[in-house]
Design a binder for this molecule. Structure first.
Ligand code: FES
Length: 119
């Protein structure tokens, strides 16, 4: 079992094989997923703060999508493609791009997360 920590939104235990996006959804953390998790948008974009070595490798498709994302860093991953491969602790920050996408898809959440995000 691994622990996935979403900065500002809490943490959840997740078995190896779980994607970061699936962990976010179980926790009800506000990570976007406009394409439904098929590597066709960048709305699930996160920055991996800790534990990147526990996640699956970045694939060519993921890199292609990240090329079109905002605020891309060396730590950037798509939550729907980053899968837990080893047990341990992973810490991620949901990007502003992803928070905005989540709010766009969830009218009741509009402005709730992007307004309070500090980084
Ligand atoms: S949800 Fe669209 S690329 Fe991850």
């Amino acid at each position: 079992m691994s622990l996935v920590v979403f900065e500002h939104y809490g943490e959840i235990d997740a078995p190896v094989g779980t994607t970061v996006l699936a962990a976010a959804q179980r926790l009800h953390a506000p990570e976007g997923y406009a394409c439904g998790g098929v590597c066709a948008c960048s709305t699930c974009h996160v920055h991996v703060v800790e534990g990147a070595e526990l996640l699956s490798e970045v694939g060519d498709d993921e890199n292609d999508i990240l090329d079109k994302a905002f605020d891309v860093r060396a730590s950037s991953r798509l939550g729907c493609q980053a899968r837990l491969e080893r047990e341990g602790r992973v810490v991620v920050a949901i990007t502003r791009e992803s928070l905005e996408a989540y709010e766009n898809e969830h009218a009741e959440a509009r402005g709730r997360y992007t307004r309070r995000q500090v980084s």
